[in-house]
Design a protein around this ligand. Structure first.
Ligand SMILES: Cc1ncc(COP(=O)(O)O)c(C=O)c1O
Ligand SMILES: [Zn+2]
Length: 394
């Protein structure tokens, strides 16, 4: 594992010390990236070490990439190295099944890393505003690390998120509002309560955990880039993390030279601040009023890292799109019926977007694409049953 050389602001490029826990840039409040000296790892010899990994070691799952993750003893529940499933109908579409992670979502990666570093720094109390799955993941890793978790989430989160967070022993506050209101409550109380705030993009390590998705998809495709990556976008940690991974992979010389994937950010029409800002060619998003969608993880009315996402989308030649919940639900049913896969509503936003971009000719059937199912469909049993009109017979 490499030593962190420094933290770097994503906006003003200020350098910040990794010697103590950091949140955002002290100069401009931008999100911080973790930087290392990767030069000793350059070349294929270091890459081969990863592929040669002994499956019985403790360094399983996303920790196979420990050579590019911070030096610390992991708090792990088996996250990462999730299946890459080739679609039965579209031979060049691969579904990255993040529902296979502990706590049933990709949030496990970011929170495994954030809690690992919290324990490394000796932090005792963590707080997070969450759309649901980050709460469950924080609660699980905090329980495993013996750290307190304080969670604020909308009172109408999928029931599974409430049950898991409570069962793992987190202090859960249900809020009559959205994740933005939850964030405000954490910000107001953290000083007095002594909580460390691990909100999306307000500390550097959740991105660092999520970047393993970028390493993983490239490795699983034979160390080659796909043409496009479809990512259901709320706060954007995964999108930002994967892009960081691609830049590192190029610096390391681990990926076959070629065009970086087009990044496709997918939202619901009920909450589409990034899609709207992209369409209007704006640098930041505007707060989305009355956000509502059954894809609970996409209900983020004003993402903190919007400026980073918008930059990445443009640089990659990608696009941000939004679809009505009915169209997302139709894609969810389609994949259940024809592929045997129970998508999360967020994942179904990605598959709906793929159908759309094939239909418009933006992508060809021969283009290799990765579609992220960011969470397990079963976590949303009651939400999806209601949307699909499924009831137990009386
Ligand atoms: C299942 C699922 N997909 C996507 C998202 C959005 O993730 P991000 O904040 O990384 O954009 C979330 C966030 O809660 C989620 O739970
Ligand atoms: Zn800055």
């Amino acid at each position: 594992m490499p030593k962190i050389s420094h933290l770097e602001c994503s906006r003003c490029k200020a350098i910040v010390s990794p010697e103590r826990p950091q949140t955002i840039c002290p100069q401009c409040a931008g999100s911080l990236y973790v930087r290392y000296d990767l030069s000793p790892l350059r070349g294929l010899a270091a890459r081969q070490e990863i592929s040669r990994e002994d499956p019985t070691t403790a360094w399983r799952g996303m920790w196979r990439y420990r050579s590019v993750l911070p030096e610390a003893v992991p708090v792990t529940l088996g996250e990462g190295w999730t299946p890459m499933i080739r679609s039965l109908r579209y031979p060049n579409a691969f579904l990255k099944e993040e529902g296979a992670n502990p706590t049933g979502s990709f949030k496990a990666r970011g929170l495994a890393m954030a809690v690992t570093m919290a324990r490394h720094y000796g932090l005792k109390k963590l707080a997070v505003p969450s759309a649901g799955n980050a709460a469950g993941a924080l609660a699980a890793y905090a329980a495993a690390a013996g750290i307190e978790a304080h969670i604020f989430m909308p009172k109408d989160v999928p029931f599974a998120n409430y049950v898991e967070a409570t069962l793992y022993g987190a202090k859960v506050t249900l809020v009559d509002g959205l994740i933005s209101d939850c964030g405000r409550m954490v910000a107001e109380r953290k000083g007095k309560e002594g909580w460390f705030d691990i909100s999306t993009l307000k500390e550097p390590f959740r991105v660092e955990g999520k970047k393993t998705m970028g390493y993983e998809l490239v490795e699983q495709l034979g160390w080659e880039y796909p043409a496009a990556v479809f990512y259901p976008t709320g706060g954007g940690v995964g999108l930002i993390g994967m892009w960081k991974a691609f830049l590192e992979l190029e610096e390391l010389g681990w990926v076959r030279p070629g065009k970086r994937p087009r990044m496709i950010a997918v939202q619901s029409s009920g909450c589409a601040p990034v899609a709207r800002a992209f369409e209007r060619k704006e640098k930041i998003s505007q707060m989305w009023p009355d956000a509502a969608t059954f894809a609970a993880g996409l209900r983020v009315p004003k993402p903190y890292g919007d400026y980073i996402m918008l930059e990445i989308l443009r640089e990659s030649g990608g696009v941000a799109l939004s679809f009505p919940d009915e169209q997302i639900l139709a894609s969810l049913r389609d994949w259940a019926l024809h592929e045997g896969i129970f998508l999360s509503p967020e994942g179904a936003a990605a598959t709906a977007a793929y159908d759309h971009l094939l239909a418009t000719g933006y992508l060809k059937p021969e283009d290799r694409v990765v579609l992220f199912n960011t969470g397990a469909g079963l976590k949303y049993a009651e939400v999806t049953a209601e949307a699909a009109g499924i009831q137990r017979p009386a």
